[in-house]
Design a protein around this ligand. Structure first.
Ligand code: ADP
Length: 396
């Protein structure tokens, strides 16, 4: 006889444990699922009777060697009690489930033995029996209390590992943000000098061809400058608030000053600008310019050459100014409408055909929020998009 595991049979918790151990033993022995369930149910039925009538028993799951054949057995012993008898409901049921059912009482001790034979096809060897036994003594907890304790320990370890992983991730994230910040600053300085000299050269006397080349250099340098600015902004947003230098401005005067820039952003498109009545607004000039160039630049990037782009402003009944940029480009599906304002988010279908890093709208939405406004997009896939933002009219 080899004992695999023993369970005390005193309360409901023990009953669950007896069921689990029985099913595990049958499973490890390679018995079919229906045999596993029948064995475990029979064991727990007998244990239930013992718990109900005596509160004092012991169940032992064993391997018996009956001559040529090996059997899986459960031996349940208990203190004899007047209420205990073989005709009890649970006992009767167990008797039907298991081929061998023996019971006896002697010297005040009762015993029920349940037994089923293990098919030769399961390939059970002595070594395997030892492994199964050591599984129960090393891996499986012996009592319900131990089971709870073991689970607690596991949860504690998982929690501790998660905390370490989180700390590492936070550290790496901080390193990345610092790297972004330092690298962007280093790139920004030479680029500003490059643009300054390009502007100077454009003012000097040079051939029309040279001017055309210089303008192309400047547009490309501007694009790199915007990307670097975006990288810097991401690190600023992650480290707190970007700094703002807000002032009260006349909206139409302000927009008039950046028309030139807007035209530069949409070469090959017809830019139609319709401004509503002017209003005073409290804005950071450069930050707002960043939002507008991003939205207008996107309208050009994501629409076919030659299609018109409409920029308009109007006053909303809520006392806000509405700024709209409408294109006739690729548009996007309903599901994408909110997602495009997420960090590094790009619509899957654009990633192969259009360059970009998915930072512009994330930063724009942050800037508009920090101006007390809202930003959103309306769009029909394949027909075009309307990007809108609203900011409050300044009232002193
Ligand atoms: P980027 O253009 O660098 O990818 P943005 O943050 O500016 O990053 O835009 C995020 C995503 O929103 C884009 O990748 C694109 O999928 C979608 N998008 C933005 N503007 C438009 C537009 N006018 N038409 C269609 N899709 C757009």
């Amino acid at each position: 006889m080899n004992q695999l595991v023993q369970v005390s049979v005193e309360n409901e918790m023990d009953l669950i444990l007896a069921y689990k151990k029985s099913i595990k033993a049958a499973e490890l022995l390679g018995l079919s699922i229906s045999t596993q369930t029948a064995f475990a149910t029979a064991v727990s039925e007998v244990c239930r009777e013992v718990i109900d009538k005596t509160h004092d028993g012991l169940a032992s799951i064993e391997i018996h060697n009956d001559g040529e054949r090996l059997s899986l057995a459960a031996v349940i012993t208990y203190k004899e009690s007047p209420g205990m008898g073989n005709l009890e409901g649970g006992m009767q049921y167990a008797r039907k489930l298991i081929p061998v059912f023996n019971s006896s009482v002697s010297n005040g001790l009762g015993m029920v033995q349940l037994k089923l034979s293990i098919p030769r096809s399961s390939g059970l060897t002595k070594a395997k029996i030892l492994i199964i036994g050591s599984y129960f003594s090393n891996v499986e907890p012996a009592t319900p209390y131990e089971e709870v304790r073991q689970r607690n320990l596991e949860l504690f370890q998982i929690n501790e590992q998660a905390e370490i992983a989180l700390k590492q991730a936070e550290y790496l994230n901080q390193q990345k943000t610092e790297f972004l910040s330092v690298a962007s600053h280093e790139l920004k300085t030479p680029l500003t000098i490059l643009r300054a000299f390009t502007q100077l050269a454009l003012k000097s006397e040079c051939s029309p061809q040279a001017i055309s080349h210089l303008k192309k250099v400047d547009v490309q340098a501007l694009k790199i400058q915007m990307l670097i600015q975006q990288l810097l902004d991401i690190s600023k947003i992650e480290n707190g608030k970007p700094d703002y230098n807000k002032e009260v401005l006349d909206l139409n005067d302000y927009l008039g000053n950046i028309f030139e820039l807007m035209y530069q952003m949409v070469p090959g498109h017809e830019l139609l600008i319709k401004l509503g009545d002017t209003q005073p607004v409290l804005i950071d000039k450069l930050r707002m310019e960043q939002v507008i160039t991003n939205i207008v630049g996107n309208a050009a990037k994501y629409s076919p050459m030659g299609t018109p782009i409409e920029v308009s402003t109007s006053l909303l009944p809520t006392g806000e100014v509405l700024f709209k940029v409408k294109d006739q480009g690729i548009g996007m599906s309903k599901e994408e409408l909110d997602k495009v304002f997420g960090k590094f988010y790009r619509v899957e279908s654009v990633t192969k055909s259009f360059n970009g890093l998915g930072m512009g709208l994330y930063i724009s939405s942050k800037i508009i929020n920090d101006h007390g406004g809202k930003i959103w997009v309306e769009s029909i896939e394949g027909q075009g998009s309307v990007f809108c933002f609203s900011i409050p009219v300044y009232t002193s």
